[in-house]
Design a protein. Structure first.
Ligand SMILES: Nc1ncnc2c1ncn2[C@@H]1O[C@H](COP(=O)(O)OP(=O)(O)OP(=O)(O)O)[C@@H](O)[C@H]1O
Ligand SMILES: [Mg+2]
Length: 297
């Protein structure tokens, strides 16, 4: 595993030097990926944080936004307690740099807190001021990963629909699969045209993961027109995850050779390869502009 990791690190470092600009010389934008699920408790927060850490190990510059309106979780897993959040940036009290938490591997965490619901009521000039504050982050980040709350509230839906890419997480349990289908159906109803990446978490083995993913894919292709669902990968059910959560440590760092960490590394390397194949990153400003306009419709 380690030589594979070293190779990837070297590759991504090399590619990054070329990647500040695309081939036509245009500025590169941050790729925004929202992680969502129908059912709660399927592993979104653990997945988002650990995927971010793996991407950072591969040389990517990663931002994570904790957009869970309920109990924010990323900070709990990291054992940190943010004093300020997006609310203080939106109302002009703080700069974005003042609220960012430095995580392991150089990742940066933006606590959403009450700022998430605040986005619904932004006036034009407040939005402009907020977007301006995001400009510096754009230059410093390759990915923004967004951890959402459970369910399909208007807020979760807006944070999801505005993304460059969506990762839907489910476990192989029928209730979780049904709720994942419900979420994908809602995205489809709202005319989301991007790729939806499916991750099966807590699979007993890869076969169980594949069976569950294929079940969902078959139903989606039968009933939802123009829905691009890609089976992205599987994370195995692994005791290392709850054990690390209890220690308030990301499992990738607490147990880097665990089965769950293995799954995360292989998805992160898949993402790194795709980043340079496609150019679908629209950036932070575009993302938050879309969210605010979705709230107003
Ligand atoms: N691959 C895994 N193997 C074993 N346990 C896991 C795995 N992934 C997550 N868990 C456990 O599942 C529980 C829920 O995980 P997590 O908080 O990441 O889910 P969530 O989808 O963010 O929940 P919520 O919807 O409440 O925000 C945690 O106790 C975690 O330890
Ligand atoms: Mg969560």
């Amino acid at each position: 595993m380690s030589s594979q990791l070293d190779r990837l690190r070297a590759l991504t470092k090399n590619l990054k030097m070329k990647a500040e600009h695309d081939l036509s010389g245009n500025e590169k934008f941050t790729k925004v990926i929202t992680v969502a699920s129908g059912k709660g408790g399927v592993g979104k927060t653990n997945f988002t944080l650990n995927l971010g850490l793996a991407l950072a190990e591969f040389g990517q510059r990663v931002l994570i936004l904790d957009a869970d309106l309920g109990l924010a979780n990323i900070d709990v897993i990291l054992g940190v307690s943010p004093k300020f959040n997006l609310y203080h940036v939106i109302n002009g009290e703080k700069d974005i740099a003042d609220i960012i938490l430095e995580g392991p591997n150089g990742i940066k965490i933006i606590p959403g807190g009450s700022g998430i619901s605040e986005l619904a009521d932004l006036k034009e000039w407040e939005l402009e001021r907020f977007l301006l504050k995001l400009s510096s982050l754009e230059k410093e980040s390759d990915y923004l990963l967004i951890d959402t709350g459970a369910g399909i509230s208007k807020s979760v839906l807006n944070f999801t629909l505005a993304a460059d890419e969506i990762i839907v997480i489910t476990t192989p349990e029928p209730t979780s699969l049904t709720d994942a289908y419900g979420l994908i159906k809602t995205l489809n109803k709202h005319k989301y045209i991007g790729v939806i990446k499916l991750v099966i978490n807590k699979a007993i083995d890869y076969e169980e993961g594949e069976i569950a993913a294929n079940k969902l894919k078959i139903v989606v292709s039968r009933f939802l027109k123009n829905c691009k669902l890609e089976i992205f990968g599987f994370i195995l059910d692994d005791k290392a995850v709850p054990l690390a959560v209890k220690k308030q440590q990301p499992f990738l760092l607490d147990s880097p050779t665990s089965k769950a960490a293995d799954g995360i590394y292989s998805l992160a390397s898949k993402m790194c390869n795709q980043l340079y194949e496609t150019n679908q990153a629209n950036g932070l400003k575009d993302y938050f502009y879309k969210i605010v306009s979705f709230f107003k419709t």
